[in-house]
Design a protein around this ligand. Structure first.
Ligand code: DP6
Length: 356
């Protein structure tokens, strides 16, 4: 398994019921279950991993930039270190790893996906070490790299079970419906801002439960809504699903505002989109589209193929939207052929990772 590179491409996902707030920091365990739709390869991360005894250290390169794994204050670095340690222990090996990752997110959109990256990384590590573990176990590795990342291990509609055990053994993601169940569901991403967020989701997961007085209500509401969302999807009831999706997004941004100091992700353009989608739905006399916002001002509009043009028309009338991306449901991660590897002799020489 050593000295061979494995490359995985994984895609982003958009949560219908969102993860906000962790009950266990070390293990990245959420207060509530979440449900998401995996996106297609328009929004993906590709990660190559190679383990070798001739490497003198672990090295991570994202979009051509070397990341400092020893930077103590970087949580991402420590999550990655932990994922590597865990995998090495399972494999009974000491070899160091070279990890090279690239996002294909259209440049200038400000979109980046920790979810796609975490899923690709976790799978590539497991492949590279030939670990005989099932998807549930891989899910737990990905979860610890980035919570939303465990959902990107599957295609279609996915649920991340919050679990109840203290050790996180029952907190993993699984597929609810594959892409063929309701292929009409799509996501139109309205790019509103390209600047990065002031408060990372990781900080928010800690700050909100600790300071928001409204947060106590959220886990119970979200858990119940997740069950309703599952039923709405099973019945292909878009009208109901859309209301659940919009209200969960609003609920998240309400507890963000109620945090102290307040966390504000939405801006005037985001709000204009919210109003416009409500107006569109009113004109139809039923919900044909749903907005949902993650930790940022960019809007994801969930709709069906049938109403794509109507939603695009609505979005085109709003000032301040830079561009609109389109994504169908994605099938989940896949292993790429050796020819597609991001690691080659030249990259290795360039890194100076060899011992000798
Ligand atoms: C608002 O998965 O990015 O997008 O575990 O710290 O990497 P970390 O957090 P992350 O949080 C996602 C927050 C969200 C909602 C969601 O995708 O569920």
């Amino acid at each position: 398994v050593l000295d061979k590179t494995y490359t995985i491409r994984a895609t982003s996902n958009i949560a219908f019921i969102k993860y906000w707030g962790r009950r266990n920091h070390e293990l990245n365990l959420p207060y509530n279950s979440s449900i998401s739709m995996t996106l297609d390869e328009n929004l993906s991360a590709t990660t190559s991993v190679e383990f070798s005894n001739s490497f003198k250290e672990d090295m991570l390169i994202i979009d051509g930039k070397r990341q400092d794994l020893n930077f103590q204050r970087s949580e991402k670095a420590s999550y990655l270190r932990r994922a590597l340690e865990h995998a090495r222990k399972t494999a009974g090996l000491n070899a160091h790893a070279l990890v090279v990752s690239e996002n294909n997110f259209p440049s200038g959109t400000g979109l980046a996906s920790s979810a796609a990256g975490a899923a690709a990384l976790s799978l590539a590590i497991v492949k590279a070490l030939d670990l005989k573990i099932d998807t549930r176990e891989i899910s737990k590795i990905a979860r610890q790299v980035s919570g939303s990342g465990c959902r990107s291990l599957h295609g279609g509609i996915v649920k991340w079970h919050r679990g109840t055990h203290h050790d996180g053994s029952d907190s993993f993601a699984e597929q609810l419906f594959d892409t063929s169940y309701w292929p009409e569901l799509i996501d139109l991403v309205a790019i509103v801002t390209t600047s990065s967020k002031k408060v990372s989701s990781s900080e928010g997961h800690t700050l909100t439960p600790r300071t928001s007085r409204l947060y106590d209500l959220r886990p119970k509401i979200a858990e119940a809504e997740a069950k309703k969302a599952e039923t709405a999807i099973r019945n292909r009831d878009f009208n109901l699903l859309a209301e659940i999706v919009m209200r969960d997004s609003n609920n998240l941004h309400a507890v963000c505002l109620d945090s102290w100091p307040p966390i504000i992700y939405l801006n005037d353009v985001s709000r204009a989109i919210i109003y416009a989608i409500h107006e569109l739905n009113e004109n139809y006399g039923k919900n044909v589209a749903a907005y949902t916002f993650d930790a940022g001002a960019n809007a994801h509009i969930i709709t069906t193929q049938k109403h794509r043009a109507a939603v695009e028309g609505t979005l085109s009338s709003i000032n301040g939207i830079k561009r609109v991306l389109y994504s169908k449901q994605g099938n989940g991660p896949r292993l790429l052929s050796e020819g597609k590897s991001l690691i080659n002799d030249e990259v290795i020489r360039h890194t100076g990772i060899y011992k000798y």
